[in-house]
Design a protein around this ligand. Structure first.
Ligand code: ZN
Ligand code: ZN
Length: 359
């Protein structure tokens, strides 16, 4: 088979607010029946609409094999309702916290009944409830896979989270009763840190990205981490890693899982940089285990220097990676080369190394 592939990052958000909306197709593009279409997150309603148009225009189809919601944050899932409403979807991959109410009750030692807890969780994540209700009303198959399971057999596998780790995270979700106050304090601290940027110098030889930055929140760490592996012939397998907003905690578990399977992620062909390039999600230790060839970052137009963090961009470049970001509101595309040309599209140059980074 003539293996072709394309990955598109649709821009999400305005100002400092971003999100993820990713479209993928692979297979033999000569007919819509010999290609697979995957959507990972849909961003806002607006980017969800763009995603739908993009698939119709450039993938020549109204059928999406798999729609994946990486985690429950609205900047990732709001636009997915547009996809479910306007395209035909084979399967929705999503985790619903309320499927794990007994575990949450056990871990948080809450006095709420299972029923009460379930209702409160569903209400507090209304975007996710809306998406799942829509899928159910359209009789779309729902899959909630954990580490080691396949979404598309032999091609798209889940590297994280494992079920026990997911449940552990759930007990610390901001939406989970009894931990709400604690979470609010964390949010206040992160807003204070926003306004002032102190610049420091960085060179190719000295790394400023550190494993010691505090990790991202539990909701982000609950993101599905996915490995797409495509056989392009002559024994060459191209490997693509998608991370949602997974942080250091989650990615460390992914690397440990791969070690337990004697599987190395080092030198992967494509890396979806987690959490819009935040420095809270990646450290040198994880990057040394991945060393991707190409990295894409979904980030807001005015996210610099937080989304993406210049330290993260530099750390990737230092490891020989070509880094691309969609901060100018354009869709960016990565492909196998043997794909149809798109009229009016230009080639992009990788992001340059930053001599000044945020402290
Ligand atoms: Zn996000
Ligand atoms: Zn998130």
């Amino acid at each position: 088979m003539n293996m072709q592939y394309e990955i598109d990052y649709i821009p999400v958000g305005t100002g400092e607010k971003g999100g993820d909306a990713i479209a993928i197709r692979y297979g033999d593009f000569s007919s819509p029946t010999t290609q697979n279409v995957i959507v990972i997150d849909g961003g806002t309603k607006d980017s969800g609409k763009k995603l739908v148009e993009h698939i119709k225009t450039y993938y020549g189809t109204t059928y999406v094999d798999v729609v994946i919601a990486s985690h429950l944050h609205n900047d990732h899932i709001s636009g997915l309702t547009e996809v479910l409403e306007n395209l035909t979807v084979g399967k929705l991959v999503v985790h619903a916290p309320w499927d794990h109410t007994p575990a949450i009750k056990r871990m948080t030692k809450t006095s709420s009944t299972i029923g009460n807890l379930q209702t409160r969780l569903e209400k507090s994540v209304s975007g996710l409830s809306e998406l799942i209700d829509l899928a159910e009303s359209k009789k779309i198959t729902i899959q909630s896979p954990f580490q080691g399971e396949h979404i598309i057999q032999g091609q798209l596998a889940v590297l994280g989270p494992a079920k026990d780790y997911y449940q552990e995270l759930l007990a610390n979700f901001g939406i989970t009763p009894e931990v709400k106050e604690q979470h609010k304090i964390g949010e206040i601290f992160s807003t204070i840190g926003k306004s002032v940027v102190n610049w420091i110098a960085e060179t190719l030889h000295i790394e400023t990205l550190s494993d010691d930055h505090p990790d991202t929140d539990s909701e982000n760490n609950s993101s599905l981490v996915l490995l797409l592996a495509l056989d392009t012939g002559n024994g060459i397998i191209k490997r693509f890693l998608f991370t949602g907003d997974a942080g250091k905690g989650a990615l460390t578990k992914v690397v440990e899982y791969c070690d337990s399977q004697n599987y190395s992620l080092e030198g992967i062909d494509f890396f979806d940089v987690p959490h819009h390039g935040s420095k809270r999600n990646l450290g040198p230790t994880i990057l040394n285990r991945i060393k991707p060839k190409v990295a894409f970052i979904s980030c807001p137009p005015e996210g610099d220097p937080k989304h993406p963090s210049r330290k993260v961009v530099n750390a990737l470049i230092r490891r020989g990676c070509a880094v691309h970001k969609n901060h100018q509101g354009n869709t960016i595309n990565h492909n196998s080369g043997n794909v149809p040309a798109r009229v009016g599209w230009n080639s992009i140059t990788p992001t340059q190394f930053h001599d000044q980074v945020e402290e």
